[in-house]
Ligand binder design. Structure first.
Ligand SMILES: CC(C)(COP(=O)(O)OP(=O)(O)OC[C@H]1O[C@@H](n2cnc3c(N)ncnc32)[C@H](O[C@H]2O[C@H](COP(=O)(O)OP(=O)(O)OP(=O)(O)O)[C@@H](O)[C@H]2O)[C@@H]1O)[C@@H](O)C(=O)NCCC(=O)NCCS
Ligand SMILES: Nc1ncnc2[nH]cnc12
Length: 285
């Protein structure tokens, strides 16, 4: 018989993995891997993304378990960083070295920890605030190797994945979550509500994945096109946008991660059981 802490950790980890899988299944996403194509990626497939997501269940479960009922502290930060880095290692093993979910392990890992600190009895606002608090403790064991994100944040002065978390996920609170809720209230089907949420992120986020591939010009183009989609609301146009992003080698990977994080928070807030989460939404084939 599992105790409350074990059951909660298992449930949260399943919700996290489910959110990653629902993000990749969402179609059509400009420049990203989805059910129709691999976007602006030559080394990714949808199957690889699913396998990567499933390989992270243990990582999220361990983060939830170790965080349960604790308070944010330097030692908690370091414990979950060690688990997160092992998760990254596992991800690179199952993907043979391809970066599928590094940004998502970071963002959702912190949100899992925050939700577990509160034993799931809290609002989304409390979760992102706590996650920001954890992320602001210095990561003393972080290797100083160069990363695409580090190079880009140094070159262009953007805050990247680290800053987004440390500030308490402002793009989720200001854009994707309100857009998801508003779209649902306006009667859009779930798939379209999620596409709107994704495009609201692309329209505003300084995505280091886009910047490192195409610089500020690519980032401005992506933001402008996403904003115009949100104004015209023509979902058929997303396929054209996908072709254009692929042609320009634009991949909004950071926005994809934050969409998965938005879906995670949405499910946690609704306090769904694992079975409900698994059955609630199946994408149309
Ligand atoms: C803090 C870390 C995330 C490390 O950050 P850093 O910036 O140093 O590292 P990156 O390796 O660049 O990874 C950051 C990834 O975050 C996503 N992202 C980008 N912009 C934002 C943003 N503004 N807000 C939120 N998230 C953002 C993005 O992930 C997606 O893109 C990935 C593909 O990226 P890349 O490898 O660059 O892809 P390609 O262009 O295809 O590469 P090339 O082949 O051309 O080289 C994909 O994975 C998406 O997920 C960024 O990539 C964090 O990792 C860290 O410090 N972890 C330590 C452990 C820890 O403390 N954990 C605690 C909680 S578990
Ligand atoms: N669907 C997706 N396609 C490409 N990169 C991603 N990173 C996270 N989700 C992604």
């Amino acid at each position: 018989m599992k105790n409350e802490k074990q059951s909660f950790s298992l449930r949260v980890a399943k919700v996290a993995v489910r959110s990653l899988i629902e993000e990749v299944e969402l179609t059509p996403k400009p420049g990203l891997v989805d059910r129709v194509n691999t976007g602006a990626h030559r080394d990714l497939t949808i199957q690889l993304m699913r396998t990567s997501a499933e390989s992270l269940a243990d990582t999220f479960e361990q983060i939830a378990f170790i965080s349960y009922g604790r308070t944010p502290s330097q030692s908690l930060r370091e414990e979950i960083a060690a688990i997160g880095r092992n998760g990254e290692k596992r991800m690179f093993e199952v993907t043979c070295g391809v970066n599928t979910h590094k940004g998502a392990i970071w963002a959702i890992g912190l949100l899992v920890s925050a939700a577990s600190i509160e034993k799931g009895r809290c609002t989304i606002e409390q979760i992102v605030t706590l996650a920001g608090e954890i992320a602001r403790f210095p990561d003393r064991y972080c290797p100083s190797t160069s990363t695409n994100g580090r190079n880009v944040t140094a070159t262009y002065g953007v805050v990247g994945a680290r800053g987004e978390a440390q500030q308490g996920f402002p793009h989720i609170i200001q854009f994707s979550r309100p857009m998801l809720n508003r779209s649902r209230e306006n009667g859009l089907i779930e798939e379209k509500a999620r596409l709107n949420a994704l495009l609201s992120l692309i329209a505003h986020l300084d995505d280091t994945c886009i910047l490192h591939r195409g610089g500020p010009e690519a980032l401005s183009f992506a933001k402008r096109e996403a904003a115009s989609f949100l104004t015209n609301g023509n979902f058929n146009w997303l396929e054209t946008l996908d072709e254009e992003f692929i042609r320009r080698n634009i991949s909004p990977g950071g926005s994809a991660d934050l969409l998965a994080a938005t879906l995670f928070l949405d499910k946690i807030q609704a306090n769904k059981s694992v079975d409900e989460v698994q059955e609630e939404y199946v994408y149309s084939k």
